[in-house]
Design a protein around this ligand. Structure first.
Ligand code: ADE
Length: 334
């Protein structure tokens, strides 16, 4: 018997003592409860391994983080951001779900959805580019996931085809929230006290306790992956929800063109191209998609299309938004 409680999963062990009395022990899941398999990915601070729950035989991806390395490299706050963000985004089909966390002396463990298809980037590289139908489908799923995370007050800040995973049904699962920005939740997510004072709900309280870092310290220090970085991050060192929509525009461009819009020999030159809006559509780039991308890759973030605007753009004509989008069969990649 087991249940899941915001990442802290427990199983109930039933014991019968020598007098025949039943007792129950609550045991948190740990390393010993999983069989570890192949390596799925490696980052600078972590390794992701395939793993199977020995009791339920459910397969997961487990992200293993080395504690000493994280402390030495001063990345503790990013690990907290990732855990807290994933807990806040627990319930959307387009976002990798965090089931359990635990630790041993050496490592932290994040037990995540296994996305057997791997990175969207792998498919772009293999196929060269996507056709309009596939770009529409994957673009729509990515956008729906962005809409959900923005509604929960999370800006991803590093959206790119490496961070878009695909599951066994070839549906999108967005991952890697280590550099996300957590906004104050809107008022409907706060619970009122009897004395009328606004009280942070428990999840939010956990954030405050866990992170405890003033926002200004984080906001200035982060730059995502060069090719997808928004101009406002380069000029004002500030990210907003619109920054994720800039990255979304870059991804839509890349799926159809086979390369990101802003790419140069080095990061500095890439940044120059971004702040000067210096990019070109390849011959044959579909007109409707061009119109969409041109309205997303706009230097002023307040002038970009909103998520609602994007959903009603002619490029996404025919897409049924909401739950239906996640019940749909993925178009075959060709
Ligand atoms: N690589 C990194 N995270 C992964 C995941 N959750 N599933 C599959 N491969 C991954």
């Amino acid at each position: 018997e087991e249940w899941k409680d915001r990442g802290a999963a427990v199983s109930i062990q039933r014991h019968v003592d020598s007098n025949g009395n039943q007792t129950h022990r609550i045991v948190k899941k740990g390393v010993q409860d999983f069989n570890f398999g192949r390596t799925l990915g490696e980052g600078s601070y972590s390794t992701v391994l395939a793993a199977t729950d020995r009791q339920t035989l459910t397969e997961y991806a487990i992200k293993v983080l080395d504690k000493r390395h994280i402390i030495k490299e001063k990345k503790v706050k990013y690990v907290n951001i990732e855990k807290n963000t994933l807990n806040r985004l627990g319930d959307h089909p387009g976002i990798v779900r965090l089931y359990y966390t635990f630790q041993d002396e050496r490592s932290l463990y994040f037990v995540l959805d296994l996305a057997t298809g791997g990175e969207l980037l792998g498919f772009v590289k293999k196929l060269g580019s996507f056709d309009e139908e596939c770009t529409r489908f994957y673009g729509a799923q990515i956008l729906d996931a962005i809409e959900y995370m923005h509604s929960k007050g999370v800006i991803h800040r590093d959206l790119k085809p490496e961070n878009v995973l695909l599951d066994d049904k070839m549906h999108v699962k967005i991952t890697d929230f280590g550099t996300a920005k957590i906004l104050d939740l809107p008022s409907q997510n706060r619970t009122s006290n009897t004395d009328g004072k606004t009280q942070l709900d428990r999840q939010e309280q956990d954030f405050a306790n866990n992170i405890g870092i003033p926002d200004h310290e984080r906001a200035n220090s982060f730059v995502g992956t060069a090719e997808y970085v928004s101009p406002e991050l380069l000029t004002d060192k500030s990210a907003c929800k619109g920054s994720d929509l800039w990255a979304f525009g870059c991804i839509v461009f890349q799926l159809l063109a086979g390369r990101p819009p802003f790419k140069a020999g080095n990061e500095y030159q890439t940044f120059q191209k971004i702040v000067n809006l210096e990019y070109q559509f390849p011959p044959g780039f579909p007109g409707v998609a061009r119109d969409l991308v041109e309205r997303l890759l706009v230097l002023d973030p307040t002038k970009r299309l909103t998520i609602e605007n994007i959903k009603s753009h002619p490029f996404f004509e025919g897409i049924v938004w909401g739950k239906q989008l996640w019940k749909q069969k993925a178009p075959r990649l060709k």
